[in-house]
Design a protein around this ligand. Structure first.
Ligand SMILES: Nc1ncnc2c1ncn2[C@@H]1O[C@H](COP(=O)(O)OP(=O)(O)OP(=O)(O)O)[C@@H](O)[C@H]1O
Length: 327
């Protein structure tokens, strides 16, 4: 296998919790706690999990919009986590983000032309004439028109605004796009259009995607592989087909119970989980999922399961599969 475009090793983000009049650090929110994965060039990795499991924090750390507490991120052979701020700014030309709420991330006082030109100005790409030409070209690429350039964000629908968000991410010709819930705020009918656009762009522009979502239904068609996060950790990661047809982790099985099955012949054993997600400030001992797991064994509250490959390309952190692991 070729070297991955992105390699994430032991990534952690602990947010301090301050208390008392002196604001002493009394504890930490372990938002991301030892996450590792790779992404091959041209593929889409979906990252899924309930609200608060650390998906966005992971996405932001990849391009150091948030500084990791620990761990390394290597992109295109360069370790981003050891770059100076100046070199990191340059590296961001190749990694861009698309956000959930394009309205919040588009300056309401700027025209679309100005918004789309900004990344070109920041990275000093082209002269003013070339920049303008590129803005018009990318408006067309995302299914809008040149005449939209002089309009303001409020003059567009949600779906159009997300097209603008996507165009802005593409302006610097990045290699990797981190899309954080890019269709969650859109109507279902519009979601499919934006997902199709992203897939077409991926083929045409040879993009690599990390696609973050809270719902396994959304990422299925766009992802080559999917990682499921729970309370700051990766519970399972596999090729999309394997994950949906043969989920191993009880948490993935429970998430899938909520996803409609396209094949009526396919019967999925229903796994129901109870209770709420515990706080990431005080995660449960042993396996973090044991407090909600219907298959809990004694060992689950005592020992942390290793996130290990139990079948080719299929990794899981669960004591149920201890004997499947290579010794
Ligand atoms: N700046 C911060 N300070 C303290 N805690 C934070 C901060 N940012 C995030 N958290 C906490 O870290 C945990 C992970 O948050 P994160 O936003 O990464 O989760 P998520 O899976 O993306 O959820 P959502 O889908 O709701 O955005 C949550 O418990 C959140 O409250």
């Amino acid at each position: 296998m070729t070297e991955p475009l992105l390699k994430v090793e032991g990534l952690k983000k602990y947010f301090p919790i301050k208390s008392g009049v002196l604001g002493r650090v009394s504890n930490h929110v372990k938002a991301v706690d030892d996450v590792s994965f790779t992404v091959q060039e041209g593929e889409t990795l979906g990252i899924v999990g309930e609200s608060g499991c650390g998906k966005s924090t992971t996405g932001r750390m990849l391009m150091r919009l948030l500084e990791p507490t620990e761990g390394t991120v290597t992109f295109d052979g360069q370790e981003l986590t050891s770059l100076s701020n100046n070199d990191m700014r340059k590296a961001r030309r190749d990694i861009q983000m698309v956000f959930q709420d394009p309205y919040a991330s588009l300056n309401p006082r700027h025209t679309i032309e100005k918004i789309l030109m900004e990344p070109l100005n920041v990275h000093n790409i082209g002269d003013p004439k070339e920049r303008k030409k590129k803005v018009h070209e990318f408006l067309e690429i995302v299914g809008l028109s040149s005449y939209h350039a002089k309009r303001y964000p409020h003059q567009f629908s949600g779906g159009q605004r997300q097209r603008i968000g996507i165009a802005r991410a593409l302006m610097t010709n990045p290699k990797l796009i981190i899309a954080d819930e890019p269709v969650s705020a859109l109507d279902v009918s519009i979601q499919a259009q934006v997902l199709n656009l992203m897939q077409d762009l991926q083929k045409e522009l040879k993009l690599t995607y990390i696609f973050i979502a809270h719902d396994l239904g959304v990422v299925r068609h766009i992802s080559d592989r999917v990682g499921v996060m729970y309370l700051g950790q990766m519970a399972e990661l596999a090729d999309t087909e394997d994950l949906y047809e043969k989920p191993l982790h009880p948490y993935t099985q429970a998430l899938l119970a909520a996803v409609p099955v396209p094949d009526p012949e396919f019967v999925r054993e229903e796994v129901v989980i109870s209770g709420d997600v515990p706080s990431p400030a005080n995660p449960p001992s042993g396996c973090r999922f044991h407090t909600r797991c219907p298959f809990k064994m004694d060992i689950c509250s005592q020992a942390v399961p290793i996130f290990a490959e139990v079948e080719k390309g299929h990794s899981v952190a669960c004591h149920l599969y201890e004997e499947c692991r290579p010794q």
